[in-house]
Design a protein around this ligand. Structure first.
Ligand SMILES: C[S@@+](CC[C@H](N)C(=O)[O-])C[C@H]1O[C@@H](n2cnc3c(N)ncnc32)[C@H](O)[C@@H]1O
Length: 280
């Protein structure tokens, strides 16, 4: 495979091909919400989500990571029902862990703030779970330091206090250099990306109806894979993961059921990977 390949296919086929290619170093994806939660394209059934778990398992290299953003915002509460669709991420988490055999190191909450006045009838959907799965095997490295955020104010030397480790032992207070950057926790904040802004002009121009913030894709790629790795997204959509993989000098393989997004992603990939090579 060259730097990238994209096909028009159901996610099962994309992931089977990734498996046949030797496996993914990272699967980063955002499947459609359950059947009736969205109107812009058909949603997935519970059987689809189960199949997805099995295919993700097989398509990953041993020890490799899969970051799955799945939620089910309910636009309107149905008469006689609560928000059952909001349970999908948690059902999926349990099914993929208990039945498909993936481990779950953590869950990340990714925020994207909507307009302050939106959704008066219920709480506005300000965050979505991004579930971090890993295939059993020697854990592939993660690179959290790449996600350090600049601090608004430098913490001066000598301010590090005692640190208590999970096993109860303590690293005593020490003098440290000035601290200018903070470690990231499992709350990943992407502020002004409500509406249609994703933070990358090329992705923006594709106008896909349900896109990731570009920085979310870029942070996942940076933290959970390394240069030259194969990143796979079987629900390509507006090519956000593709662009993040390209910018991070990773190879990319992806698919989407809709020809339109495949065509648009391909022309974007041609351009972007060519620029990337020129820049190196
Ligand atoms: C939530 S969007 C992905 C958005 C993407 N992460 C982005 O930032 O642009 C889901 C995509 O899955 C595609 N899709 C729906 N059903 C599919 C299926 N069975 N197999 C593959 N792709 C599918 C839709 O066409 C849509 O583009």
């Amino acid at each position: 495979m060259s730097d990238y390949a994209v096909l028009c296919a159901d996610f099962r086929e994309t992931l089977s091909r990734a498996e046949a290619m030797g496996g993914a170093d990272l699967i980063a994806t955002s499947p459609p919400y359950p059947e009736d939660a969205r109107t812009c394209y058909p949603g997935l059934t519970w059987q689809d989500y189960q199949d997805l778990g099995d295919h993700v398992f097989r398509a990953l290299k041993p020890g490799a990571h899969a970051l799955i953003n799945i939620s089910a915002p309910v636009r309107q509460l149905r008469e006689g029902h609560g928000t059952e669709r909001d349970l999908t991420p948690y059902r999926l988490l349990l099914d993929w862990a208990d039945r498909a055999g993936l481990t779950v190191p953590d869950t990340i909450a990714a925020t994207r703030r909507g307009a302050p006045f939106a959704y008066r009838g219920r709480f506005r959907n300000d965050w979505e779970p991004v579930i971090w799965f890993r295939k059993p095997g020697d854990p592939a490295p993660i690179f959290r330091d790449r996600l350090k955020r600049p601090l608004a104010k430098t913490i001066k030397a000598g301010k590090i206090r005692n640190y208590r480790h999970p096993d109860g032992s303590i690293t005593p207070a020490r003098t440290a250099k000035d601290i200018t950057h903070a470690d990231i926790g499992n709350l990943w904040e992407y502020w002004a990306v409500g509406g249609s802004q994703v933070g990358d002009s090329q992705v923006e121009a594709l106008a896909h109806p349900s896109r990731w913030p570009y920085r979310l894709a870029a942070d996942i790629v940076a933290c959970f894979s390394d240069v030259g790795d194969l990143v796979v997204d079987p629900f390509l959509g507006g090519a956000t993961t593709l662009c993040a993989a390209c910018d991070g000098e990773r190879r990319f393989f992806g698919g989407d059921i809709e020809q339109k997004w495949v065509d648009e992603s391909l022309s974007l990939a041609r351009d972007r990977y060519a620029q990337q090579r020129l820049a190196l």
